[in-house]
Structure formats: C-alpha cells, structure tokens
Design a protein around this ligand. Structure first.
Ligand code: TUI
Length: 325
C-alpha cells in the first residue's frame, strides 16, 4: 500500500518501529526495514560512537531506509545531532523534548525529520519549524509519555496540522492499525510489539514478561516530577512508586539506568518499559511475521460495512487465529 508516509520515507508499508532506548539497535532496525517497515535505532543516552557503530551495522544488514531516534534529554545530543546529519541517516525521529535547534542541519543534510509529540500544540510547532511528519504518541505507550490517550490525540493532531500524522501508543495488531487510520493517521509506529520480536536484543525474561502481561500490568511512575514513564509492574516499579508517594518525585536518570538493567535480564530490579498493549502481544515473532500478520489482519477486515463489522464482532472473529478469521 501507499500513503504519504510510505512515499515520504521510501518504505513499502506505513509501519515504523518505535525508537526504544537500550532496546532498538542496528540489528532490530535492519530486520524491520527488511520486512518493509522503517527500523529505528534509538540513540537513547548512548555515546555517539555506539550510535555510529549501530548505523553502520544496520546499513551492512539492509539497503532499505533506516531511522535514528534522538532522545532530546541525552547528555550527548549536541554531538549526536550533527553526526546523524553527516551520516545522512534517512529518517530522524525525536522524543522527550523539542528538536528545534537541530531541524535545520538535518533538513540541510536531506534527512526526513519526524518528531514524536504528545499534543496538538507541539505538533503545530513542529510543522511550523519544518518537520516532514509527526508521530503522535498517546499515553498508552511505554516509556516517557504525555497526558492524552491515542483515541483523543490522533484526531486532535490531524485537525491541527496538514503534514502526515503517524499514530503511536496502544497499537500492536490490525485492529489498532485500522482504528488509527479511522482517526486520521497515515501510518503507525509500534514499540511494544517489536520488543517481543525474535530479533530484539532484550533478555528473554523481559520478552516473556511482555508476552505474559495483562491489561492492568503497566504502571506510570514519575508523574509528580513531570516526567511520567510507563513500565511493567514489578518490584522495582513498586519501589519507585512508594518512594514517590513519600518524597514527591523520583530521579529519572535512576529510571534510565534501571531500563538498562531490565534489558540485560533483571526483571525484578530493572525498569521494564512497555506499553499498555503488551496485553495483546501474545507470542514472540520475527519482525517480518509481525508486519505480515498486521496486513493479513487488515485485509480480512477491509471493505466491510459497519454492520458487517458489528456482526463479526458479535462472534469475536478477531480472536479466531492471527489472521482474524
Ligand atoms: O521519548 C519518548 N519516550 C521515551 S524516551 C525514553 S528514555 C528515558 N528514560 C528514562 C527517563 C526518561 C526518558 C523512554 N521513553 N516518547 C516520545 C515523547 N516525546 N513523548 C513525549 C515527548 C515529548 C515531550 C515534550 C516531546 C516533546 C516535548 O517537548 C517539550 C518542549 O520542550 O517543547
């Protein structure tokens, strides 16, 4: 299929893999890009040398476009931003702050710039300063989140800007993709679904927790300090929550270090960032299988009238196998 997002990014399917700090490196990004989506290396708080290495690794594994996500709170952002321009990374997404200082150098280098934003006001600002598209991320997402749900955010952002809107937060299958497009999106970004992929580097124990998660298994910490982070409930998350109710705010860098511990397999003492949709991630798959299944599910539902959808919903046809029927 073709949307403004596939044309803009030079990809076959309008699916982006969310940039996940300490999680999405060159191998995962290349696997997603090879499957027809856009794989994204997360710079997180990593050193510039590591980022360069991962971009080179991804390029050795695919000749398709790849992206990098710049976490604006990184201590290395001033070094990483110009380096990505020099490397001419195809697509740059940004998160956890405004990329306004760097958009001009990225555009000049020919990179497509796609900020991740949690509100219509920020989307408008990003459009004004030259963003090519935005990822509108609802608070169902894992990691650092805003206030609005995807259901409210996507139509609000679509009314606020004319550049393409990519929906993120709470999307893991064909239902989510269809819903996002119904709300006005021209592409989707998924993080949690790719967290439980074969190619993802996180420890098996972390993937198993994502696959086992129920709808009520995530918790948001850090609201009081102004940097809310959604993660799977575990001993660590409960400890942070308890400390918050005593002292008001948790140290967010403590959280970032703890994410790394979880990625390495400490599922009780680490922070397992994941979105609410972990409850619909029921098996580990390859990135190709994830993307193929997504469109197989959409196919099974396309062209149906509301009446036909309602009739199928009554028999819970979504749940009859991965393909939908
Ligand atoms: O960035 C994310 N999600 C993240 S970043 C991350 S790494 C981290 N680890 C520990 C603590 C904190 C961060 C984990 N997950 N999502 C995109 C996103 N961006 N959500 C919200 C925003 C955002 C917030 C403010 C974007 C722009 C913004 O601008 C404010 C301003 O200064 O204008």
């Amino acid at each position: 299929m073709e949307t403004r997002v596939t044309r803009l990014l030079g990809i076959e399917k309008p699916v982006l893999q969310g940039g996940m700090a300490w999680v999405s490196e060159g191998r995962l990004a290349a696997a997603v890009s090879n499957a027809g989506g856009l794989g994204i290396i997360a710079c997180g708080a990593a050193e510039p040398e590591w980022v360069e290495e991962q971009v080179k690794l991804a390029r050795s594994l695919t000749d398709k476009p790849i992206g990098c996500n710049v976490m604006m709170m990184s201590p290395y952002v001033a070094q990483i931003a110009p380096m990505l321009a020099e490397l001419k990374v195809d697509v740059i997404t940004t998160g956890a702050g405004s990329p306004s200082d760097y958009i001009p150098i990225w555009k000049e280098a020919g990179c497509k710039v796609v900020p991740v934003i949690p509100s219509a006001a920020l989307a408008k600002r990003m459009e004004r300063i030259g963003a090519d598209a935005v990822v509108a991320e609802g608070c169902e997402s894992g990691g650092h989140i805003g206030e609005l749900t995807t259901m409210a955010l996507i139509p609000a952002v679509c009314e606020a800007v004319s550049i393409p809107v990519i929906a993120a937060g709470g999307i893991a299958d064909g239902r989510g993709l269809l819903a996002a497009f119904a709300l006005g999106a021209e592409g989707v970004q998924m993080g949690t679904r790719f967290l439980a992929s074969e190619e993802c580097r996180v420890a098996q124990a972390y993937k198993d927790k994502v696959v086992a998660a129920k709808d009520s298994d995530t918790i948001v910490t850090g609201r009081a300090g102004g940097h809310p982070v959604r993660q799977l409930k575990n001993a660590f998350a409960r400890k942070v929550k308890a400390a918050e109710s005593e002292s008001g705010a948790a140290e967010e860098l403590v959280l970032a270090g703890s994410l790394r511990r979880a990625v390495e397999g400490d599922v009780t003492g680490g922070s397992m960032m994941a979105g609410q949709i972990a409850c619909l991630v029921k098996e580990q798959k390859t990135c190709k299988q994830i993307i193929d299944d997504l469109f197989e599910q959409v196919e099974a539902w396309s062209g149906l009238s509301l009446q036909q959808m309602a009739d199928r919903n009554a028999s819970r046809s979504w749940f009859c196998g991965e393909g939908g029927e």
